[in-house]
Design a protein. Sequence first.
Length: 315
Amino acid sequence: MTSPALLTLPSPGDLDSPLLEIGLDLTIYAERLSVPEWEAVLDIYRKYAPADVWTKVKASPDIGFNRLPAGDYINAPLSDDATFPFLHRIRHRTIRGWRTEFRIWDGKLSQGWSACIYRLAHQANEPEHAFYRFLFPWDTAPALVASLANELGKHIQYLSGHAGFCHLYDPYFKTAAFAQIFPWAKRYWAVDVEDLNAALPFMHNGMKAISWLTFIGAKFLADPKLAPQRQSLKTIPGAVLKPCGSGALLQLGEKPILGDRHRREPELASYFAAGSLLDPVLLTDITEFEGPFAERACTVDWIHRFAAPKAWTSA
């Protein structure tokens, strides 16, 4: 397999900063955001992440990242306001339904560790739009990511989620990045295309991705449209489907793959099988992703690529 580290393009004007690269991503779309839930998530995450992920922090209403002072961010209780003064703000915003954003990051511009908790401003009597996202260097041990995902899934009331290789890009050059992401997405079918601004408001309506790890929330697991295929999910060659919290976690093989259509990996067959079986609960409406996705109105074709490959191939 070609090293994902080679799939990197430099940012305009700064050759040391990537415009676009492939990393490992774990994203979980939550039914809602609550203080006990995200505190449990942070407690779990800091058991897995290296200590230097606590290098920079962004906590609403901060505009950018602030460097963290030295402190015991791994063992100190999250209720310790001297160590975690920024968490008080996040609790306050969570409870009041305001837009909530919390990020920690090791400060590395390429192949770094980071965690993000995010919710759009919540309107009364409307569903919440929230997610947890964790990024890792592309060569992070798959067993670590799978174990973390499994633990988190037991503590998050999730709609859906996914983990595997993902196109990571500099948001300041999003248009330029998506001009390249589009042809890469045509070739590397198992690499996720992330445009959370477009996807997040739709995540109560359907699932977005078939990935190496795919969370199937209780809502979609119980969907009558999935009933004829539900048992078949357990028989996909090389896959494991197991209960995970309120839903189920489907793992396609021992490690993530690129899904290179030019150099076929045998594991890709399980992605096509999972995509066909889960197709009835995948999104059928979404804001178009940037660049050629919007120009060709083919974002939904990408989402359904494993069940309807010809539509994506010809898009």
